[in-house]
Structure formats: C-alpha cells, structure tokens
Design a protein around this ligand. Sequence first.
Ligand SMILES: [Zn+2]
Ligand SMILES: [Zn+2]
Ligand SMILES: [Zn+2]
Length: 103
Amino acid sequence: MSTKIKCPFCGGIGKDPFNLLSKTSQCQVCNGLGAVEIDVPFRVCVFCSGTGKNPLGARVPCIVCKGKGNYVITGDDICVKCIGTGRAADGLPCTVCKGTGYN
Ligand SMILES: [Zn+2]
Ligand SMILES: [Zn+2]
Ligand SMILES: [Zn+2]
C-alpha cells in the first residue's frame, strides 16, 4: 500500500528549489508533480528532519530518504550505534542503520 504526500524537496510547487538548471526546471524528486508516492507505513526522515534536502550542504536531495522527507519503516529498534540520530560522528549517514536511525 502506498500514499501520496506533498513533496518536501520543492514544497509542493514541482520546481527545482535551487534553480540548478533554470527557473523552470522540474523538481527532481517529484518530477514536477508536487507530490511523491511512498509506501506505508513510513516515518519522518531523521537525517534531514523531513526537509528532503541533504543536510550536508549540497543542493541535492537527502541521500537517506531520496528527497521524500520520509522513508518506509524497515525496523522499530533504535539504532544503538547512532542512538537514533541517523548520523555517524563525521556527519555522514550512520553505516549501521543507513541513516534511518532504526534497525
Ligand atoms: Zn518536488
Ligand atoms: Zn531525508
Ligand atoms: Zn544508526
């Protein structure tokens, strides 16, 4: 089962939020639709705090949730390595939980 949520990367406007190519270029996450489909159940991405944007500074979609701001739940146990933050010491996604904060 899946549902549609507003694309957090572009805020639902369907345009590239960073105008990387041109002002009219489509959002690469939702392909200009302003919404993305995601399987349920899902939870807010801890790595980007639901923004869908890569928190490491690059103007690209979050590498953990692929820009959707949420990801499909694959486990319910808080990752003991990163204690649920999804981050390793260097700020990159935790290698154990792959940035999801859970296993
Ligand atoms: Zn979008
Ligand atoms: Zn994310
Ligand atoms: Zn972890």
